[in-house]
Design a protein around this ligand. Structure first.
Ligand code: MRU
Length: 353
């Protein structure tokens, strides 16, 4: 991965850029301080970029992996026009190992793999690129629909709390949770957004705040422990979050802290909306406890901005996601429709459409 000046305004809707046959990612690790793109040339570099959080957020991970398959095909076809299909299976495996929880990663790789299997002889790059572009564009379109559907549920004059970053940066563009917030803001239904800072990667304070401030949407940061006190003041209408994977019964895996937010929301009579495309729904996983949860290096918790903040010798437990039971979710909003009070039957009906 090498830093590459790109002749475009860095913005959240251009976090993943395919240009002149090359893949560029806005480096989300260093936002908001620096707006810098990295150029990726191989599937191995793409895998590292996902693992190392250059790009993050389930839909954005899936889209990036699809472009990673295009890079892999270019190299494997140059290596052997007869054997590239066999050789590329290693790249698909590598990409699939980048992060374990985001359903969109596996969904996207399965879609690319199915295309590879259906291709006839000849250079596969153009066909695979069309598919990756389609995955990218479909995600943006899904987010627009999710935004409209979700905004309909928000009553006028609401303040909302969001957690992590489920914005344009985390998707192909527009965002899921932030897509709903953007649409609701345009309809003058949201007065104020509270963004949890989201330790340890600070996706809330660094990324969600960056996106919303740029859009002129009023956003105020909360430390992760402040949500209950904020809700107790009585003017929060909704908690609106994204998801990394939704089980067949409507249980929701999302950024660590979402579960506690949902528990606190129920106590205060605040509703919980999960905004996610159906590419995040995993019908092969019956219940949330079967969702693989990623654990990352304890050093992420023990340090902040590269400075050691944990006492020398202390350890840290660092699960990246948690599972919110469907019973604590008031609405799952997808591009195919809204599921109120989700359960297995309602999720199956949604996914049959
Ligand atoms: O660890 P991250 O930053 O990839 O976690 C991202 C989240 O938890 C998002 O809420 C989720 O992927 C949905 S993004 C539209």
């Amino acid at each position: 991965m090498k830093p590459m000046p790109l002749n475009i305004q860095a913005d959240a809707d251009h976090a993943i850029v395919w240009r002149n046959d090359r893949l560029y990612l806005l480096d989300q690790r260093i936002l908001p301080g620096r707006e810098s793109y990295l150029e990726l040339q191989t599937a191995a570099e793409t895998t590292c970029a996902i693992t190392d959080m250059v790009v993050r957020g389930a839909p954005a991970i899936g889209i990036t992996a699809a472009y990673g398959v295009v890079l892999a095909a270019r190299h494997r076809y140059a290596e052997s026009q007869d054997e590239w299909r066999v050789l590329i299976s290693r790249d698909l495996e590598l990409l699939a190992s980048a992060r374990p929880t985001a359903r969109n990663l596996f969904w996207s790789l399965q879609r690319m793999e199915a295309l590879i299997e259906s291709l006839g002889p000849g250079d596969p790059e153009d066909r695979l690129l069309s598919e990756a572009r389609a995955i990218h564009e479909e995600d943006i379109a899904a987010n627009r629909t999710i935004g409209e559907l979700g905004a309909e549920l928000v009553e006028g004059g609401s303040s909302v709390i969001t957690h992590c970053n489920a914005g344009a940066l985390a998707t192909g563009g527009y965002g899921t949770a932030l897509g709903v917030i953007r649409s609701a803001w345009r309809k003058q239904k949201v007065d104020q957004v509270y963004a949890d800072e989201t330790r340890p990667w600070l996706q809330g304070s660094r990324l969600t705040a960056w996106e919303l401030v740029r859009d002129g949407i009023p956003v105020t940061l909360l430390t992760d422990g402040a949500a209950a006190s904020r809700m107790a003041r009585g003017d929060i209408g909704w908690v609106i979050v994204g998801s990394d994977r939704i089980a067949a019964n409507g249980d929701v895996a999302n950024k660590i802290g979402t579960y506690s937010l949902a528990v606190v929301a129920r106590h205060h009579g605040v509703k919980v909306m999960v905004a996610a495309p159906t590419s995040t729904v995993d019908m092969s996983v019956a219940v949330g406890k079967e969702i693989p949860i990623e654990f990352r290096d304890p050093a992420e918790v023990l340090q902040c901005g590269g400075t050691q903040v944990g006492a020398p010798g202390v350890g840290a437990w660092n699960p990246v996601f948690d599972v919110t039971p469907a019973s604590l979710v008031d609405a799952i909003v997808t591009e195919k429709g809204v599921v109120l009070m989700p359960d297995a039957k309602k999720m199956a009906d949604l996914m049959r459409n």
